[in-house]
Design a protein around this ligand. Structure first.
Ligand code: ZN
Length: 132
């Protein structure tokens, strides 16, 4: 039997229409062997998203600062200096996040590369039985 579409079921119901991995019954998204890796990728990108509570904090402080300036509660020159400092902080944080993200992406690319080369090996080994 030549299965070409995934045997998995979509989260919203209905059959998955993604093409299967070579010689497998499922696509990458449904293959049980990759479930652990998918979970790790998901939790990692979640970590990246929530890794910047400081940015939310600074945004809130800048918003308050702006309101204080408008309402005349704060000296304009003090507000200007404060916002400059916050700006520098924001830049430092975003550089830090970018470095972290790049490292995580590199690790993920490396894992995917290993996965693909393993699949290619499998495909080569089963090429004769497939008549390819
Ligand atoms: Zn699927």
């Amino acid at each position: 039997m030549n299965v070409s579409t995934c045997a998995g079921v979509k989260t919203k119901g209905g059959r998955c229409t993604a093409p299967t991995l070579p010689g497998q019954e499922w696509c990458y998204g449904h293959h049980p062997d990759y479930a652990e890796k998918r979970r790790r990728f998901a939790s990692r990108s979640h970590k990246t998203r929530s890794a910047s509570p400081e940015i939310g904090l600074i945004k809130a402080k800048l918003t308050t600062l702006a309101e204080d300036v408008i309402e005349g509660n704060v000296d304009r020159s003090n507000a200007a200096v404060s916002s400059q400092v916050y700006n520098v902080l924001l830049r430092a944080i975003s550089v830090e996040l970018k470095i972290k993200e790049t490292g995580e992406l590199e690790a993920q690319v490396e894992e995917l590369r290993e996965m693909v080369s393993r699949d290619n090996d499998k495909q080569r080994r089963s090429a004769f039985s497939w008549g390819a």
